[in-house]
Design a protein around this ligand. Structure first.
Ligand code: ATP
Ligand code: MG
Length: 436
């Protein structure tokens, strides 16, 4: 089953269970300055989770494009993307743990044919504030999950919220897929990030209200908020151990593998870069569709960083950047069924991306030269930190976002003086403000 079929199956399944299917929101949240991008399916539903009445009732479900810049450095592992799709179902004071867990279990085992042997779950272990979530564990046991597939963890792993200091919060139960890889060590379990166990679905049970004095009281309206990652779900169904093998990335990954001039020995470096390029290019296209254009502030700056980063990785993997245009055309064809909006905005996507590429390429080669000179200097001085002045010059003159300089430096075992960069950056901003 392709990702789009899984998306459709999910919506059908929850429709059958009396959920109203609602539209996903834009990647750029409307009237909300708390985040730059929609990070989860629940984000646009916050007012309803806090008690406002939803016009569609107490059971809703949808799919939602998400961007998590916080995961940008994880991209390259088997299961993190900066841009992914989250499917979600919500109970707004309607069903709670039992029905929620049973529906998740049925969808995975029946609709997605996931064998029980491959499913691991985690529950909240309890602490002085709130009791152990035996209720969820018992529901899993009754569903047929064996005892040695049920793990208990503390608040760090199995607890959600509150968003600020007070408000709704509660235990969550997470569902993991066992990729079948070897355990990385004897204690390897679902909380380990090695890639043997991959989280696919998180069911949050908003059960408590955290009060000013730090104590917890039971909520009058208990909600359920779940998120199932589409790419990860497709990966499990297709029997792959990483998301880049599924059909929405594979053609692009193959194209990049054919285009790299790196030889066998450097293939690991190339593969890592291909994943970053495939993820970032898709993120950039979907952000442009939602109205973001490259700039030096806010969403536009993140988009600029993402574009410049994947271009840098094209060069790192020795891929001719001139293939970008045909790569975009091919990618849009691959994604067309899932995101028809890409086809409608194709001209704009090409215009924005090619213009940004041109801008960056003009200075990239010289910037890299400048960077290499600086690194030689640093190494000769037996120094391990690249000064803020150089980082700032690379930004100002060559358009290197500091994160790119940091990444380049990291590859040489050098750190950068971000603090000093930020100081210079602020001074520069103040000066230009005074001028204008
Ligand atoms: P992880 O620990 O793997 O980073 P998470 O705890 O951050 O996951 P949640 O915030 O609970 O994930 O999001 C719900 C679901 O969304 C996850 O179970 C997963 O399937 C999916 N998801 C989250 N982050 C990513 C990502 N960076 N790339 C792809 N899918 C993701
Ligand atoms: Mg995460």
């Amino acid at each position: 089953m392709k990702a789009i079929d899984i998306r459709n199956k999910y919506l059908k399944f929850f429709e059958k269970h009396n959920h109203k299917i609602i539209a996903g929101a834009s990647l750029v949240p409307a009237n909300d300055s708390s985040v730059l991008f929609t990070p989860a399916g629940m984000h646009p539903l916050t007012p309803y989770l806090l008690g406002e009445k939803h016009p569609e009732g107490t059971r809703v479900a949808n799919y939602q494009k998400c961007v998590r810049t916080i995961d940008i450095d994880e991209v390259g592992d088997s299961h993190h993307l900066t841009c992914f799709e989250m499917m979600g179902n919500w109970s707004l004071g309607d069903y709670f743990k039992e029905e929620s867990i049973k529906m998740s279990f049925d969808f995975l085992t029946q609709d997605l044919n996931l064998p029980i042997e491959k499913i691991f779950v985690t529950c909240f272990e309890g602490d002085s504030d709130c009791p152990k979530d035996e209720e969820s564990a018992n529901i899993w046991r009754q569903a047929g999950i064996p005892e040695n597939h049920i793990y208990f963890f503390n608040k760090k792993e199995n607890w959600w919220g509150p968003v600020g200091n007070t408000g709704p919060c509660g235990a969550c139960t997470e569902i993991f897929y066992d990729t079948g890889k070897e355990k990385c060590n004897a204690n390897c379990n679902p909380s380990c990030g090695c890639g043997k166990f991959i989280e696919i679905w998180n069911n949050v049970f908003m059960e408590f209200n955290k009060k000013e004095d730090g104590t917890y009281e039971e909520l009058a309206q208990k909600n359920v908020d779940t998120g199932l990652g589409l790419e990860r779900a497709a990966m499990t169904f297709q029997g792959k151990d990483n998301v880049f093998e599924i059909e929405i990335f594979k053609p692009i990954m193959d194209r990049l593998a054919a285009a790299t001039k790196l030889t066998q020995g450097d293939r690991i470096i190339a593969d890592q870069s291909h994943r970053i390029i495939a993820d970032h290019l898709k993120a950039a296209m979907l952000l442009i569709v939602d109205g973001v254009t490259p700039s030096n502030i806010d969403q536009g700056y993140v988009l600029r960083r993402i574009i410049r980063r994947f271009i840098r990785h094209m060069r790192k993997a020795e891929i001719d950047v001139e293939i970008l245009e045909s790569l975009i055309n091919e990618y849009i064809e691959v994604l067309e069924e899932m995101y028809p909006e890409l086809v409608k905005r194709k001209t704009m996507i090409l215009e924005v991306l090619l213009a940004e590429k041109k801008k960056f390429m003009k200075t990239l080669v010289n910037g890299e030269k400048e960077f290499n000179k600086a690194i030689i200097r640093i190494k000769e001085q037996n120094n391990e930190i690249l000064d803020g002045e150089t980082v700032f010059r690379l930004y100002e003159t060559y358009g290197f976002p500091p994160e790119i300089t940091e990444e380049l430096a990291q590859e040489q075992g050098i750190k950068i003086n971000m603090e000093n960069f930020e100081k210079l950056y602020k001074e520069h901003q103040e000066k230009s403000r005074a001028r204008s």
